[in-house]
Design a protein around this ligand. Structure first.
Ligand code: HEC
Length: 113
């Protein structure tokens, strides 16, 4: 049995040496810290660059026609990560297409809540 496994087996017992228990606890805390940090990083990244899901082809086509006849401004395509489940619920094609280019960090610029 490797030292690692042996010490883990011992650490679970009431008579495990305190020094060993501290080492195991430290390792667990470190794992939790790394996990928490990663979740925070992913959350921050999605806040900065996350967007809603892309509008349907139908909505895009409808908006495209509005751009062509000059009744709506063209929307610049830009880098974004569509967030699963984050969908626009309106039937308004212009609203869908325009909102699909906003990052989550942009929302609060126009919406107070
Ligand atoms: C450039 C400004 C702007 C940004 C950025 C923006 N919105 Fe909007 N949003 C609007 C406007 C304007 C409306 C239309 C308001 C209305 O008709 O009452 C609207 C409407 C909406 C509606 C529909 C409200 C309703 O009553 O039907 C939702 C939901 C919404 N926005 C969510 C978001 C989310 C989520 C984001 C971030 C991804 C976002 N908005 C970013 C300007 C913005």
């Amino acid at each position: 049995m490797s030292d690692e496994i042996a010490s883990q087996a011992i650490a679970g017992r009431d008579d495990a040496p305190p020094r060993l228990r501290r080492r195991i606890v430290r390792r667990m805390l470190k794992g939790a810290g790394v996990t928490f940090g990663l979740l925070l990083a992913v959350g921050g990244f999605l806040y900065a660059f996350g967007t809603m899901q892309p509008p349907s082809a139908e909505a895009r086509a409808q908006y495209g026609r509005a751009v062509t006849d000059g009744s709506a401004p063209a929307v610049q395509a830009r880098f974004g990560i569509p967030i699963p489940g984050c969908v626009c619920h309106t039937d308004d094609a212009a609203m869908q297409v325009q909102h699909s280019s906003y990052y989550i960090r942009d929302c609060k610029g126009c919406h107070s809540r």
